[in-house]
Ligand binder design. Sequence first.
Ligand code: AP5
Ligand code: MG
Ligand code: ZN
Length: 215
Amino acid sequence: MNIALFGPPGAGKGTQAKELSNHYKIPHISTGDILRANVRDGTELGLKAKKYMDKGELVPDEVLIGLIRNRLTEPDCGQGYLLDGYPRTIPQADALSDILQDIKKPLDAVINIEVSDEELVKRLSGRRSCSCGESYHIMFNPPDKEGICDSCGAELYQRDDDREDVIRQRLAVYNEKTKPLIDYYDNAGLLVNVDGSGTVEAVFEDICRIMDQFK
Ligand code: AP5
Ligand code: MG
Ligand code: ZN
């Protein structure tokens, strides 16, 4: 199953991808998580990416395209993949289709999770994240024990880019650079819209109904 989860910052891509990856046994590939791991480890890539991420800007296409090519050619993608946060621009989408053609794993669907701007700001400003990739919300999806990850026991933190001014910038960048991909994938016959405003469980069920068609 070859799927891209698409949607604005805070739509619930990471939350759903974690569950879907367990359910369908395909790797969750989050470019945001990969970049944050590099920032934490102080790699050359991390140092370069941090400048953009802290401002809510996109990291340059050539960096992302190299990163995603390497990741998609790893052996765990043999049975498919679940992309989260890639592609984010038209050049990234064009590069992706070349890569997928090379490795003979074309996309089955691009699942677009739709949520209103007002709800996105609420979700992002109350988010608490874990280095294991899990994310929580202080009101909508709290961990069993305050400040502690249910799945790995580590201490939760607030992402640097979840400050109100950076959230607004990320939404503006989404509208300008990423949203055009909705038409791009609609024209390619790959786009499927999902209402992301329901509970985590309700959205999960809707996405499963779509993904089950590609099992
Ligand atoms: P990235 O990490 O991808 O951030 P993003 O796209 O801004 O998306 P988020 O992770 O913020 O949102 P999400 O949809 O995963 O929501 P979540 O499930 O956590 O990218 C970060 C940065 O890296 C970018 O700004 C850029 O600089 C760089 N980057 C990454 N990829 C790039 C690329 N391809 N090109 C260039 N640069 C790139 O949920 C959010 C909150 O809502 C949580 O608190 C959650 O608990 C809660 N929630 C989730 N679902 C529900 C629900 N149904 N009801 C109520 N609450 C919910
Ligand atoms: Mg995410
Ligand atoms: Zn954790």
